[in-house]
Design a protein around this ligand. Structure first.
Ligand code: ZN
Length: 82
């Protein structure tokens, strides 16, 4: 199925609305779709683990300008600027 870039963007937005109910397999797929259509995920990238694509993230620490999040699947840490 061919999507226009706008349709792909909508699909991605819908997906992230309900991100908590998605599996890492589905996240991987949607990321591939975004890349295919050259759509930037921006803040949506922070909704899943960049290593294993799990959506089970736990905030560990928040400082003035950084947030540390731990993935409950692979236990790796990610740091984001806020
Ligand atoms: Zn992970």
């Amino acid at each position: 199925m061919k999507l226009t870039k706008k349709q792909a963007q909508e699909k991605i937005n819908d997906f992230f609305e309900d991100i908590d109910n998605k599996t890492s397999e589905q996240v991987k797929k949607i990321k591939r779709l975004a890349m295919h259509y050259k759509i930037k995920l921006q803040d949506k990238r922070k909704k899943f683990c960049k290593f294993c694509y799990s959506t089970r993230l736990k905030v560990r620490k928040i400082t003035k300008n950084k947030k540390t999040v731990e993935c409950e699947e692979c236990k790796r840490l990610m740091r984001w600027k806020i």
